[in-house]
Ligand binder design. Structure first.
Ligand code: 13P
Length: 249
């Protein structure tokens, strides 16, 4: 019922020529992968090359962030309209690395999500607990709070157009993947939050991706959970063969 989304977050990796080389290898490997949607989110300077490279394929391109203002004197920032004009379909919002290093909060996540939707982009909104929060038994509280402040204030129409990515911070780039059951528990909790705010139908339609050390050898177990609607993949999305095998789990 929910079409899986397999998204690659390249973070601060790859140049323009490396971007072209990736798609040359990757595109043929997923040409028949109609079971899911596919998105790659390269660094902003590579968006044009990426959009060009995927023309005529089923691969969509996304950005890793956007600013909420439409235009103005905001040195270094990029607006939703600019991303849309560059050919982006998706945009990642509130990634834990942005929360950790660049002062992102639930409030700014909400502003960016609204701006993305207004520009016609589909947001992938990230939530997830840090290791000390999980160890202190606060996972539920953290996810509830992130949902309540960053997502629940959206209008029902806006909510229909977002995807949530559950990325436990302790699993990102560490090789420590959450067990499929742990991920499914968190997804169930988020879906409950969605149900109580936006109703059963909207909650059932919501896609929730898992992110954190997803690799070709653990994707099957994760995708076997009916609660998991796809993956947001960092390191393993940099290799065309590896990411293709994740897409084709
Ligand atoms: P890794 O797959 O490298 O753990 O990164 C996950 C992530 O942060 C995706 O957004």
């Amino acid at each position: 019922m929910r079409t899986p989304l397999m998204a690659g977050n390249w973070k601060m990796y790859k140049t323009v020529s490396e971007t072209r080389a990736f798609f040359e290898a990757f595109s043929p490997l997923v040409a028949k992968s109609t079971h899911c949607e596919i998105a790659i989110c390269p660094p902003a300077v590579n968006l044009a090359a990426a959009v060009d490279a995927v023309r005529g394929t089923r691969i969509a391109i996304g950005a890793q962030n956007l600013f909420w203002e439409k235009l103005g004197a905001y040195t270094g920032e990029i607006s939703g309209a600019m991303l849309k004009a560059a050919g982006c379909t998706w945009v990642i919002i509130g990634h834990s690395e942005r929360r950790q290093y660049f002062g992102e909060t639930d409030e700014t996540v909400l502003k960016r999500t609204r701006a993305a939707l207004e520009a016609g982009l589909q947001p992938i909104v990230c939530v997830g607990e840090r290791i000390e929060q999980r160890e202190a038994g606060q996972t539920e509280t953290v996810l509830r709070e992130q949902f309540a402040n960053g997502i629940a204030p959206l209008t029902p129409d806006a909510f229909e157009r977002i995807v949530i990515a559950y990325e436990p911070v302790w699993a990102i780039g560490t090789g420590k993947v959450a067990t499929p059951e742990m991920a499914a528990d968190a997804h169930r909790l988020l879906r409950q939050q969605a149900r109580s705010t936006f109703g059963t139908e909207a909650a059932l339609r919501l896609r929730i991706l898992y992110g954190g050390s997803v690799k070709p050898d653990n994707i099957r177990g994760l995708m076997a959970q009916t609660e998991i609607d796809g993956a947001l993949v960092g390191g393993a999305s940099l290799d065309p063969v590896g990411f293709a095998s994740i897409v084709n789990f």
